[in-house]
Write a protein of this length. Structure first.
Length: 180
């Protein structure tokens, strides 16, 4: 994947009592996600109910809703796991990769018991790792390198923190972003 023509998205979904679901997307044209060129949010009035072991049934429709507002992506980064174990049991990221036909990097903040294959990535001055998995043809070592290089000095990359805040309604999508 060349960085010059790549369109990369970071996405997150949040649920709360006031509004059932909001998905957020930040779009960039570089693998470091250092310059967001577009942001989108989508409110989902009736998300699927939470089903233990099948988070993708709830989150994937929300992700698809917000992705429909942006350009076609070459790579997607999700908050969570792409695969759940070394045998490739699909998590949210793998279901997204299959549904969208693009590579997906999963970046999780907490360890998952079966995900012994996840690459542990230390960012900034943090001593706590992020857990990186991948689906859709991207090698785990390449995904880990991309996450290490993502913009931001903190444990959580800036673009992932931004979509978290957008999904939570803490900030509004910027109207001042340049598009290229």
């Amino acid at each position: 994947m060349g960085t010059a023509a790549a369109t990369i998205g970071a996405v997150d979904v949040h649920y709360d009592a006031d509004w059932p679901a909001r998905a957020a997307l930040a779009v960039c044209h570089d693998l470091t996600l250092s310059r967001v060129v577009a942001e989108h949010t989508a409110d989902i009035a009736h998300p699927a109910p939470y089903e233990p072991g099948a988070l993708y049934k709830r989150e994937l429709p929300c992700i698809r809703a917000v992705l429909a507002l942006g350009p076609r992506l070459d790579l997607l980064i999700v908050d969570g796991y792409a695969t759940l174990d070394p045998q490739g049991r699909p998590g949210l990221g793998a279901h997204a990769a299959d549904a969208l036909g693009i590579p997906v990097i999963g970046v999780a903040k907490t360890p998952f018991r079966g995900a012994t294959h996840a690459a542990e990535v230390i960012r900034g001055t943090s001593t706590r790792p992020l857990y990186v998995t991948t689906a859709g043809g991207l090698a785990i070592a390449d995904a880990a390198r991309i996450v290490v290089d993502l913009a931001g000095a903190n444990r959580i990359p800036t673009a992932l923190a931004r979509v978290d805040n957008l999904a939570r309604g803490r900030v509004l999508p910027s109207n001042d972003l340049l598009t290229t």
